[in-house]
Design a protein around this ligand. Structure first.
Ligand SMILES: [Mg+2]
Length: 275
């Protein structure tokens, strides 16, 4: 016959169980962090440039300084017996509107430039004027100049671009004075269209191509020889804003293709230029 254990024996058994060490937790699964993609690495390479353009008092001052110089050049070019109406030709992006918030968001998200995200940004019509641009263009208008905006934004961006310019009170912000990209990023024909009816007294841009398409070629000494060859014209008629974030200088190194290919060309460029 089997007797149940006494109560004291049961309590002892419970107590003994309670002091047994808890089973060790299962080891956590440790995985290596995912390697950043080529797009993320390319995006990160722009951080310093975007930081400087978006957040430095130095950029702010240089932009103001550049437009101060523009006033001097404009004054020097106004006098003429040419009866044609006067025109000042400006680029838009990084010349009269500051798109650095788009670039900041791209770095935050590990993205590089894409037409779709760019369009989302320009649709907001929320870009701020580049420091000094608005007072300069109002001054140019007061001096009797029409302002023409020659930009490589495309036709689908027309309405939002005009709204962005008009909201800030930019002069001549209308369809007749906004020459958008129509197929080619080469602005030569659009400049010629303005020059056919007006005397262009000054051009302003953040790319040398905003003056002359020849600056697209960076195959010889990064394009410096043409800067020297055109020194007089550049000095008299062209005002250049700084833009380290993107442009012909970077395209010339990265080239076209996949992000992996661009990254590889950047790596090869650094290899060739480090000494
Ligand atoms: Mg530009």
């Amino acid at each position: 016959m089997k007797f149940p254990p006494p109560l004291s024996a049961l309590l002892l058994a419970v107590a003994c169980r309670s002091v047994q060490p808890a089973p060790a937790p299962a080891p956590a699964v440790v995985t290596a962090p995912a390697a950043p993609s080529a797009m993320e690495r390319l995006s990160q390479q722009g951080t310093d440039a975007v930081l400087w353009q978006h957040a430095s008092a130095e950029y702010y001052r240089i932009a103001l300084q550049t437009y101060e110089l523009a006033r001097l050049k404009l004054a020097a070019n106004l006098g003429s017996t040419d009866p044609r109406p006067l025109a000042v030709v400006v680029d838009i992006d990084e010349t009269v509107l500051d798109n650095s918030p788009y670039q900041v968001a791209a770095i935050r998200d590990g993205r590089t430039y894409e037409q779709s995200t760019w369009k989302d940004w320009t649709d907001k019509a929320s870009a701020r004027p580049t420091p000094g641009a608005l007072p300069f263009l109002r001054h140019a208008m007061e001096q009797g100049c029409e302002v023409f905006y020659i930009t490589n934004r495309d036709i689908r961006e027309q309405a939002a671009t005009l709204k962005n310019l008009q909201d800030h009170g930019f002069p001549f912000a209308d369809e007749a004075h906004l020459l958008l990209m129509d197929g080619s990023s080469d602005k030569t024909e659009r400049r010629a269209r303005v020059a056919a009816t007006h005397r262009i007294v000054l051009l302003v841009g953040d790319q040398l191509r905003d003056l002359h398409e020849g600056f697209k070629d960076r195959s010889t000494d990064d394009g410096r020889p043409l800067v020297d060859a055109m020194a007089d014209t550049l000095s008299r008629y062209f005002i250049l804003l700084p833009n380290p974030m993107y442009g012909t200088y970077r395209d010339a190194v990265q080239g076209r293709g996949t992000d992996e290919e661009k990254l590889e060309r950047m790596r090869a460029w650094m290899q060739r230029n480090a000494y």
